[in-house]
Design a protein around this ligand. Structure first.
Ligand SMILES: [Zn+2]
Length: 328
């Protein structure tokens, strides 16, 4: 058996409509083991090439395997997480730096991003929304309405906001950690480490959302991903009709990330096998620290992205609450 070939190129496919219109880019497999977007993008590419579907206007770029090394390895990352610290660098250090140097200009050449992911534990699909309109230093933004309208058209109705500011507060807290040896272990003491595809897109004047389409192996996840691309294209008047709506669909439910809690020690453990979006009541026991300190929910809400195997100094779980943001 020969060694797998280290990819030396990033493949994108662009359909140029003959009428002007929005420039949409769709990403699959930013994390290599999250292949629902790959399947969905390849299906749509086949349909556009066979004439089963026709692009009415604008530009559609499909990137089915955004991290080709991670995709070939069948794992989340190649040499690092492509969806963190995403930027152009003059001296790339690893495979993902080299991908970023071609991916970032490609993103900047589009107006709208749909980034398709899947997740490890079971649960319903959800959408990661960007910030509300603001002039702040962290992530100033003026297209929240457009982004909400995109999120509302996709299909899944659960939305989560507040990623980057919650992340940045976690970083600020880590920097104040008096335990220097622990601080040195921390991967993420730089707020720009929270910059992924959608944050980069917004920094370049565009907008976009991440859609988490379901569990990695859920056979419905590629369908959720495909319908989301079709619905986005219909929403942007680039295709004639959206995918059929799911009957009995609820109104959007918007949650806000409020806090990230780090795992401090290898013996810190959860009190239960938590799944994302499990409900928390005030006082619920979430976990127990190595020294016996209990970690309890300070207020009602949800647990999000629990990671029982987080390295000490890294994100153990997030807490979320209901948001007052209206998305229609
Ligand atoms: Zn992912």
């Amino acid at each position: 058996m020969s060694e797998p070939v280290h990819p030396t190129a990033l493949r994108s496919v662009t359909f140029h409509g003959l009428e002007p219109g929005p420039r949409l880019i769709v990403l699959g497999a930013v994390h290599g083991n999250e292949t629902c977007g790959t399947r969905a993008a390849e299906r749509l590419q086949d349909e556009l090439e066979s004439g089963a579907r026709c692009l009415l206007r604008g530009t559609l770029t499909l990137v089915p395997r955004t991290n080709p090394l991670a995709y070939e390895l069948g794992q989340r990352m190649g040499e690092r997480n492509l969806n963190r610290n995403l930027r152009v660098t003059s001296a790339p250090q690893d495979f993902e730096d080299r991908i970023a140097n071609v991916l970032c200009p490609l993103l900047a050449a589009h107006d709208v991003l749909l980034d398709l992911h899947s997740f490890h534990t079971g649960g319903q699909p959800f959408i990661m929304l960007g910030p509300r309109n603001n002039d702040g230093e962290l992530e100033d933004f003026g297209q929240a309405r457009e982004e909400e309208a995109l999120a509302a058209c996709l299909g899944p109705q659960r939305m989560v906001e507040g990623w980057l500011d919650t992340y940045a507060r976690g970083v600020a807290r880590r920097m104040r950690n008096p335990n220097a040896s622990q601080r040195a272990q921390m991967l993420s003491t730089d707020p720009s480490y929270g910059i992924g595809t959608t944050e980069y897109m917004r920094s370049q004047g565009g907008y976009g959302v991440t859609l988490e389409c379901g569990q990695h192996d859920d056979p419905q996840a590629p369908v959720v991903a495909y319908n989301a691309i079709i619905n986005t294209l219909a929403h942007l008047d680039m295709l004639p009709a959206p995918a059929p709506a799911t009957p009995g669909q609820d109104a959007p439910e918007v949650l806000r990330l409020v806090e990230v809690i780090d795992r401090d020690h290898p013996d810190d453990r959860f009190a239960r096998e938590w799944k994302s979006f499990d409900r928390l009541e005030a006082g619920d026991l979430i976990g127990v620290r190595a020294d016996g300190t209990e970690v309890r929910a300070p207020e009602p809400g949800f647990i999000v992205f629990p990671n029982p195997n987080a390295l000490p100094g890294n994100e153990w779980f997030y807490r979320a609450a209901f948001s007052d943001r209206a998305v229609v």
